[in-house]
Write a protein that binds this ligand. Structure first.
Ligand SMILES: Cc1cc2nc3c(=O)[nH]c(=O)nc-3n(C[C@H](O)[C@H](O)[C@H](O)COP(=O)(O)O)c2cc1C
Length: 451
């Protein structure tokens, strides 16, 4: 059970398709406009009009070439390909909005923390503190190969590197520049007091970074940290770093198990477990009447690209689903790719056996999240239930048609949520961290392990 307003992110990708393969074929869909700046500024305006906290960009490197041991299906069917860099949309989207946040996915496996810290300080400055970093460790083998590595590191090494990566970033963001370092004293000719800018002298297994940070402190210093680790190692990483946690499980028992476990892990690390904010991925399909909603659902279902979905899932699971009989049951494995996708169809739904075909049919609309079909009242009831009874703090809206899933939600469901007093009327404070926590503090909490 949780009080407080429902928080909302639009979960999207700078690509034709994200997690609803085939939907680009729907009559109303405008996904091919992802290359236009105007498409994204419209999205930003709509999300802000709906009181969303943030637009949350997923991102991947590499291509989905696990299915059939070939990239052909993924390329033909636009499985997260083609995809552009999300970070470069932020300036344009921030320019047309005032309070909307931007969560950008970045991989600790394929970048350097000194470089990333600089980029995110800059983003936080130019948005006045509206930036979040979704920290991932990546899962596609082809990503590493393109960056001159022999392939994907094993998961343990990826997370070890991620731990160190975040230590470097926190040191640069939080410790390198004291508050008040920038004095702008024209008479003395001192812009910055050098005594208040310190090196970080970081020496680790993966990185050696003397510092200091090259950027002056931004409004939030550390961007809001989003994470979605789902394996045992990934959960430990999430518990140590995440302020907002993304849950993508289709069942209530799976969501509850994940939240309880993560809160316990965070508590053991000295954090207030209640300070972690859980965002559940949901796929809302809303119509003015039940019939209208059902018609949309039927139409969306008819566009689901089963083979494309299998290519997407094969990448998520690092398992070539083309080799399995469609009626074969999916058995639980520990995968080196995304454990959460596997858990969704095994541990999260222990009373049910899923076949390959059923998994593909279900996942074609938003992958592993609950699909909610109905009138604005029905959708609001269901969101209210997840929020009040299960205790999720907010939702990551997964799109089917673009921008239709968002505009339907903002035009139809938001008024109902506002009427019920379930979403905030106006944001608290000016930074994304303040919007999410409501506690007026733009900085990382004192009990965050990095402090
Ligand atoms: C809900 C969810 C969303 C994710 N989004 C991305 C993403 O956009 N880009 C990416 O490279 N990895 C993404 N991942 C992958 C993870 O962040 C993580 O690196 C990967 O799942 C391996 O760790 P795990 O098995 O502990 O989850 C996502 C995982 C989950 C569960």
């Amino acid at each position: 059970m949780t009080d407080g307003p429902i928080h909302l992110n639009l979960f999207t990708m700078n690509s034709v398709e994200h997690v609803s393969p085939g939907s680009w074929r729907a009559e109303s869909d405008q996904s091919s406009r992802y290359t236009d700046r105007e498409y994204w500024t419209e999205i930003a305006r709509t999300a802000e009009r709906g009181g969303f906290d943030a637009v949350f960009f997923a991102d991947v490197r590499g291509m989905y070439d696990v299915y059939g041991d070939d990239r052909e299906t993924a390329v033909r069917r636009a499985i997260q390909t083609p995809a552009n860099d999300p970070q470069q949309l932020v300036s344009a989207m921030a320019e047309v909005t005032e309070t909307l946040g931007f969560a950008i996915t970045r991989s600790t496996t394929y970048t350097h923390p000194y470089q990333l810290a600089r980029e995110f300080s800059t983003l936080d400055h130019i948005t006045n503190g509206r930036i979040a970093l979704n920290v991932v460790t990546s899962y596609l083998e082809s990503a590493g190969e393109n960056l001159g590595l022999s392939g994907r590191m094993d998961k343990q090494t990826r997370y070890d590197r991620a731990d160190e990566f975040m230590d470097v970033c926190y040191a640069l963001w939080e410790d390198s520049w004291e508050d008040g370092a920038v004095v702008r004293d024209g008479d003395e000719g001192t812009y910055t007091d050098p005594d208040k800018v310190a090196p970080i002298d970081f020496e680790g297994e993966f990185f050696s970074v003397p510092g200091p940070h090259g950027c002056e402190p931004s409004p939030q210093r550390t961007p809001v940290i989003y994470q979605a680790g789902s394996s045992d190692r990934g959960r430990e990483f999430a518990a140590a770093n995440a302020e907002a946690v993304f849950v993508s499980q289709p069942t209530e028992s799976g969501v509850r198990e994940y939240m309880t476990d993560l809160k316990q892990r965070a508590g053991r690390l000295g954090r207030d477990p209640e300070s972690l904010q859980f965002f559940l991925g949901v796929v809302p399909i809303v119509g003015e009447t039940s019939d209208a909603a059902q018609q949309k659902y039927d139409n969306y279902k008819s566009n689901v690209d089963i083979e494309g979905t299998l290519a997407l899932l094969s990448g998520f699971l690092d398992m070539d689903l083309s080799e399995l009989d469609p009626d074969q049951q999916i058995d639980h494995i520990e995968t080196d790719a995304i454990q959460g996708t596997m858990n969704a169809f095994t541990q999260s739904a222990p009373d049910r056996d899923w076949t390959v075909r059923e998994v593909a049919e279900f996942s074609g609309l938003g992958s592993t999240s609950p699909v909610i079909v109905g009138t604005p009242e029905t959708v609001a009831d269901e969101l209210q239930r997840w929020h009040r009874d299960v205790g999720v703090h907010g939702f990551n809206l997964k799109e089917i048609v673009r921008p239709g899933t968002l505009t339907d939600f903002v035009d139809l469901v938001i008024p109902e949520l506002r009427e019920r007093g379930l979403v905030r009327e106006s944001p608290t404070g000016s930074t994304l961290r303040e919007h999410l926590s409501g506690d007026g503090n733009p900085r990382l909490r004192a009990d965050h392990p990095s402090r």
